[in-house]
Design a protein around this ligand. Structure first.
Ligand SMILES: NC(=O)c1ccc[n+]([C@@H]2O[C@H](COP(=O)([O-])OP(=O)(O)OC[C@H]3O[C@@H](n4cnc5c(N)ncnc54)[C@H](OP(=O)(O)O)[C@@H]3O)[C@@H](O)[C@H]2O)c1
Length: 329
């Protein structure tokens, strides 16, 4: 496969190169792509050096697959140009996620929807992916009515500039700000931009994307997204009301039998998921599983995953692997 990585110099792009190498993705030719600022820079992949090229050059090289993580505007403009030359694009930005003509895919849940005709495929938001990975098996068993989620999101979810802001603050250096306020020793109830309804764009992604992925709009999601000074993983406090009642040990069993999900739940040994241990892992970790004692059929849990891996790079590459395995590309 001739593979273009668009945004190869960014946070997600770097992890993409790492995951491609780790999983031995069948790359015959790698095309690292970034903005004009980075053209000519060297990227190392599996011990070989590659020069970063611009988007125009990359389209002319007609890759089989292009993995995009270069922001929504780049995707809106360039994904169709790649698709036109026959490239299948898997896009990490929010540009195509809610477009009714595009599939929004978490491979463990709905990869079977993909066909050869899908030339632009959307990767869900990082917070959405870890949420639906845990919700999907429970929805199947008990039918969700309403989900309330509060997130505790890592600065790496904003990109290189935000990680640098936190590092500068820790080192006491004045530098460029990615956020309107300091992030060290702080919590910002503000991820992405505010919308007219008072929610942020991130919160609305969490409200809408799960319905599309699970192909069901009979449940609703209400979200509060908060940025915290962690560097490698998003956490979520999740409250789910179901139609049917559940048994807690059955919930734990269902989740532990779900591919890609790991249950870490033992209060006797202080075992629960934490970003520090989810960092650099592909799995979604679930713990603090308990009954909400204030109303019937309601569950509380805590979900953690590495936003740059399962939340972005790994999920994208799993989609690409599915396309290859099923001869859809
Ligand atoms: N971070 C996460 O957890 C996460 C998770 C899921 C999805 N995403 C999405 O993935 C995308 C990238 O996020 P990130 O965190 O990796 O951001 P980032 O660290 O800021 O990196 C952005 C990348 O995009 C490239 N780029 C920017 N403008 C470009 C242009 N006009 N043409 C070509 N390349 C351009 C940059 O190249 P230069 O180095 O040349 O500027 C860089 O490689 C965003 O759409 C984001 O929403 C991020």
């Amino acid at each position: 496969m001739k593979v273009a990585v668009v945004g190869a110099t960014g946070m997600v792009g770097e992890v993409m190169l790492k995951v491609l190498a780790e999983r031995n993705f069948p790359v015959t030719e790698l095309i690292p792509v970034a903005s004009e600022r980075s053209v000519g820079k060297t990227i190392t992949y599996k011990g070989n050096d590659y020069k970063v090229v611009g988007l125009e050059t990359a389209v002319a090289m007609r890759p089989d697959i292009a993995l995009f993580s270069a922001g929504g505007d780049t995707s809106l403009e360039w994904a169709p140009k790649f698709a036109e030359v026959g490239t299948t694009v898997v896009d990490n930005s929010s540009a195509w996620r809610m477009d009714p003509s595009k599939k929004l895919v978490v491979p463990e849940i709905n990869a079977s929807e993909l066909t050869k005709e899908d030339k632009i495929i959307a990767n869900p938001n990082c917070s959405t992916i870890q949420l639906v990975m845990a919700l999907a098996p429970l929805h199947k068993a008990y039918t969700m009515k309403r989900v309330i989620v509060s997130t505790y999101q890592s600065v790496s979810g904003t990109g290189v500039k935000a990680v640098r802001q936190l590092e500068n603050e820790i080192a006491g250096i004045e530098g460029e700000m990615a956020y309107p306020y300091p992030i060290g020793r702080n919590a910002l109830p503000h991820c992405d931009v505010f919308q007219d309804n008072g929610y942020t764009k991130e919160e609305m992604k969490l409200a809408r994307e799960p319905q599309k992925i699970l192909n069901d709009n009979t449940f609703s999601v209400s979200a509060t997204a908060v940025r915290i000074p962690t560097a490698g993983g998003h956490s979520e406090s999740v409250n789910v009301e179901f139609e049917k009642d559940f048994d807690l040990s059955e919930v734990r069993k269902l989740l532990s039998q779900t591919p890609g999900v790991v249950v870490q739940d033992n209060t006797d040994t202080n075992t629960y998921p934490m970003p520090i241990y989810a960092h650099d892992k592909d799995e979604v970790f679930v713990g603090r599983i308990r009954r909400d004692e204030t109303q019937p059929n309601t569950l509380n849990m805590w979900i953690v995953a590495d936003n740059l891996r399962k939340g972005a790079a790994t999920n994208t590459i799993q989609i690409a692997e599915y396309l290859i395995e099923n001869e859809l590309v």
